[in-house]
Design a binder for this molecule. Structure first.
Ligand code: BES
Ligand code: MN
Ligand code: ZN
Length: 500
């Protein structure tokens, strides 16, 4: 879908979207149309439950007195309650409500709203962003899709005063959406197509944006001593990979690149559970067990795309967790790159093994300001938080607060859970430094305690995104499927705190 911004005015044909605020008061454009149509809009409003509340829409089809196909009246809610996020959702709803239109053009005639905190131009760019986010589709494997079953909006045109500013603001929002789409694509790909090598190659394509991308194979990881990560991948015929991405858009200190921030992702391209094999029902969901790495890769794309003024490192550990003659056994003891030994009591608790080496490597090589890792780590976090918050675990209150704040800003919400010595003890092993599962209970916390043993003193946070990575329902700015939860959140963390 093409999105454009043009000067304020009403089209004379096609579909036009106009607004009203709570109590049903029509915008200037809407009032103009109402007059032209001999009061058709007012009559339609009176005959319906439309009151201009947020989320409400009312369609007036082919009103007499015009050559328009449709007037779509959308509610903005109370002027003083209008927010950036509400505008994005409105954009998503406009898209969803017009995608079946026969003609490929939809025009939004946007008026400034008295008493609103947002200008018409700000409203316009956010509506565009929301519509774009909602327009995502993953249909490349549908070979029999008829044109009439595809969405038909080709162009969304927003007419407002200050359209040049809207266009400019939308420029960087579109780059964030590009990152979100990249993540959604990666998460949606089937596991026979997307495996460690092909996922690493996808990351490599970011070089064209100026990101430095290094790919490590198994022999290099063996030399680095990454026994925890390698043990997970050893049952698969697909070789494991570690990918290191660097975007240096920030300051240089004394000729050197100043200390970066770092994001680390779990990239299990398919999680069968290994020898501790999972039940078959729903196992197909484990194609998105690389969601954490997908977010890190999409985030790098977004940051480089909008030329963020920050030095950032993205590291992803990519493995396939399979049973097989050479697979890791329950009871194996592996030595991680940190030197700490791990008794693998359950081969299905594999994500933490991958992250143990990825985190330690990132800490040692880059000595970052902080590390945030993302992982579809535990089923237990879905039991605790469902799909409306991701789990947040951290050794640092400031980082934790900044993450929580960024999550509120973009409505990718986080909920902090505790870490403590008492939980840490639960993963002590009889015969090794630790074991990879705790006892009964607190499964998400013991997983986080495990990760904490590999981050040293660096400010660190772990986001358990198992419940939020895949959506079963269409939401205003997130169609069902891969959500890319985390891309907008971490982009906002960066723009709120680490640029300039
Ligand atoms: N990838 C899973 C966690 C998961 C479950 C993600 C459901 C998304 C949806 C992870 O590797 C796993 O298998 N965790 C185990 C840990 C257990 C063996 C301690 C779990 O949650 O059951
Ligand atoms: Mn698992
Ligand atoms: Zn897993």
């Amino acid at each position: 879908m093409k999105i454009s911004f043009v000067k304020y005015g009403l089209p004379s044909t096609g579909i036009v979207v106009v607004t009203a605020v709570s109590d049903g008061k029509l915008s200037e454009s809407a009032a103009k149309l109402d007059k032209k149509t001999g009061g058709a809009l007012t009559r339609a409003v009176r005959g319906s439950r439309f009151e201009g509340k947020k989320g409400q829409t009312l369609n007036v089809i082919a009103p007499a007195g015009t050559r328009l196909d449709r007037v779509m009246l959308v509610g903005l809610g109370k002027a003083k309650d209008m927010t950036v996020l509400e505008m994005q959702k409105l954009g998503g709803r406009i898209y969803a409500g017009t995608l079946q239109a026969k003609k490929g053009l939809v025009v939004v005639a946007l008026d400034a709203v008295t008493d609103a905190k947002l200008s018409a131009a700000e409203m316009a760019s956010e509506i565009a962003f929301g519509a774009n986010l909602r327009s995502y589709r993953f249909d490349k494997y549908k070979t029999k899709l008829k044109p009439e079953n595809k969405p038909n909006i080709k162009t969304l045109r927003i007419a407002c005063t200050g359209f040049a500013n809207a266009r400019k603001k939308y420029g960087s929002l579109a780059k964030i959406a590009d990152g979100v789409f990249f993540t959604r694509d990666l998460v949606s790909e089937p596991p026979n197509i997307l495996y460690p090598d092909t996922l690493a190659k996808q990351a490599k394509t970011l070089e064209k944006l100026g990101i430095k991308v290094q790919i490590f194979g198994e022999s290099q990881m063996r030399r680095l001593g990454m026994g925890a990560l390698l043990g997970v991948g050893q049952g698969s015929v697909r070789e494991s990979r570690l990918v290191v991405m660097q975007w240096n858009g920030g300051p240089k200190g004394r000729g050197k690149i100043a200390q970066p921030i770092a994001f680390v992702g779990k990239g299990v391209t398919f999680d069968t559970g290994g020898i501790s094999i999972k039940p078959s029902a729903g196992m197909e969901d484990m194609k998105w067990d690389m969601g954490g790495s997908g977010v890190v890769i999409g985030l790098m794309k977004a940051l480089a795309g909008r030329k963020a003024k920050v030095n950032v490192v993205g590291v992803v550990g990519l493995v396939e967790n399979m049973p097989g003659g050479n697979a890791q056994r329950p009871g194996d003891i592996v030595t991680s790159m940190s030197g700490q030994t791990i008794e693998v009591l359950n081969t299905d608790a594999e994500g933490r093994l991958v992250l143990a080496d990825a985190l330690h490597y990132t800490k040692e090589r880059f000595k970052p300001k902080f590390m945030v890792n993302l992982a579809t780590l535990t089923g237990a976090i879905i039991v605790s938080l469902g799909s409306h918050h991701a789990g947040l675990f951290s050794n640092n209150d400031q980082l934790s607060e900044r993450l929580t704040r960024a999550g509120e800003d973009v409505e990718e919400r986080l909920w902090r859970l505790p870490l403590s010595d008492a939980y840490d003890k639960m993963i002590n092993s009889q015969i090794a430094d630790m074991q990879n599962i705790g006892g009964r209970g607190a499964g998400s916390i013991t997983a986080a305690q495990f990760l904490q043993r590999f981050v040293g003193k660096i400010p660190w946070a772990h986001l358990d995104i198992a419940g939020v990575t895949w959506s079963k329902s269409d939401e205003p700015t997130v169609p069902k499927g891969g959500t890319a939860f985390g891309v907008r959140l971490l982009d906002r963390l960066v723009s709120n705190n680490y640029e300039n």
